[in-house]
Write a protein that binds this ligand. Structure first.
Ligand code: AMP
Length: 417
């Protein structure tokens, strides 16, 4: 049996890196007072159809949709924002103080063509600030994402930023762009895409399409006064926060609901799938899901891709995995002691383990080495009778006898947590 196509298992010891990346990306959110939300990994299909957008590839081609035994159409979440908004509306979180700041992390599922960095099951960290339209809030959200990448030690990445305008200027711009695209030599498929969302064509990677787009009108040149002022203020706040970006006037993201501030984090070491995260403002999402007409801003970071970025930069981010102390019993009495002592060590906050199954001294010492422990506590029935245990430094092989009464504190002080 194998994991399904496009999925993979994350195993120790490499999984320690995955955990470190995931936790480092969420730490800035926790420090900034964002509240954790847990939502189901599946929702009614309409949550995504309405919340992600019918015209998107995600909804049109990539959803894992199924009927449950009660005949309901459910979908494994292809992203985390729509479910979070559904929960925000269902529990009327907007009736408290605004903005409401939330984060979550977990699995997402998309039926995509698998390739390096693109999977059918992946993990996202998600951050949302809802209910207030304030450029300073946009800047905060972006900066919290930046902080996570900085804390990981990543350097070969870029924040790409633009504005997709709002309901007062986007419709006119859309018409302008549609008229421009109508004059180009585009294939049937691209034409159809242009009809659903002309902005998507700007993002077409093919050189023959890009070559025709050099003179395409850009949203940033057609912003309304208020959208322009918002965009300028976001950039001012980002500067104040010490966040650098590059202007990306052709940036269009995969989901339909973005308005105003729009951004993507791109890494230089990942090849074609270079986006390690992205997000933006969404004025219409809450209303589209039947909620109050409130704005929001948020992002989703790809944990798996960020991990690939960490590896591409050769960074060592793994939190200390495994154990520090390994207890090796020799004899039946010693075995009982070992099980009890490991329990005491763990209770005292020391990462500890012992050997299971009858392995003999050689096998037990091998297990100790493999565990990553820095020290072994070797104890035989004869030691017990003498009231001592041997504390062995596994790097220097030095060994000292420690009285049982002091063993817990000595081991704790020697190996650390
Ligand atoms: P999106 O929800 O499409 O804006 O994606 C946000 C982030 O999730 C991207 O920047 C990627 O890092 C990650 N991501 C999206 N789709 C996939 C996928 N199929 N496999 C791995 N990571 C993904």
């Amino acid at each position: 049996m194998r994991a399904p196509k496009g999925t993979f298992d994350t195993l120790p010891p490499a999984s320690a890196q995955f955990v470190a990346v995931r936790d480092t990306l969420t730490a800035p959110l926790r420090r900034a007072g964002y509240g954790y939300v847990e939502t189901p990994v599946f929702e009614d299909t309409s949550v995504f159809a309405r919340g992600v957008g019918e015209s998107t590839d995600v909804v049109a081609k990539e959803m894992y949709t199924f009927s449950d035994r009660g005949g309901r159409s459910l979908t494994l979440r292809p992203e985390l924002t729509a479910g979070l908004m559904r929960a925000f509306i269902e529990h009327r979180l907007h009736t408290g103080g605004l903005p409401v700041k939330l984060w979550t992390v977990g699995s997402a599922f998309r039926y995509e063509r698998p390739q390096a960095g693109r999977f059918r099951h992946f993990t996202q960290v998600d951050c949302e600030a809802l209910g207030v339209d304030d450029p300073a809030l946009d800047a905060e959200v972006v900066a919290l994402g930046v902080q996570g990448f900085r804390d990981l030690g990543l350097t070969d990445w870029q924040l790409q930023l633009t504005s997709l305008g709002d309901s007062t200027c986007r419709p006119q711009y859309r018409e302008l762009l549609t008229a421009f695209l109508a004059r180009l030599d585009l294939d049937e498929d691209t034409r159809r895409r242009a009809e659903i969302n002309p902005l998507r064509v700007l993002d077409d990677k093919r050189p023959e399409v890009q070559a025709q787009l050099t003179d395409a009108p850009l949203m940033v040149d057609h912003l309304s006064d208020s959208a322009r002022a918002h965009h300028d203020a976001v950039r001012q706040h980002l500067t104040d926060l010490g966040v650098a970006w590059v202007e990306a006037p052709r940036l269009v993201r995969g989901l339909d609901y973005y308005t105003k501030t729009t951004f993507e984090f791109v890494h230089g070491g990942l090849g074609a799938q270079s986006a390690i995260g992205g997000g933006g403002g969404y004025a219409g999402l809450s209303a589209a899901l039947g909620g109050p007409d409130l704005p929001g801003i948020g992002w989703a970071m790809g944990v798996d891709r960020t991990l690939l970025a960490v590896q591409a930069e050769g960074l060592d981010v793994a939190v200390a995995a495994g154990v520090r102390a390994f207890v090796v019993p020799l004899g039946a009495e010693a075995k009982r002691f070992a099980v009890r002592f490991v329990g005491q060590l763990r209770e005292a906050g020391v990462a500890a383990d012992t050997v299971y199954g009858d392995r003999g001294l050689k096998g037990a010492m091998k297990a100790a080495d493999r565990s990553g422990a820095t020290h072994a506590v070797v104890v035989g029935d004869r030691d017990l009778a003498a009231g001592v245990a041997q504390l062995k430094d596994l790097r220097s092989q030095e060994q000292t006898a420690v009285p049982l009464g002091e063993l817990l504190s000595v081991v704790r002080d020697t190996v650390g947590p």
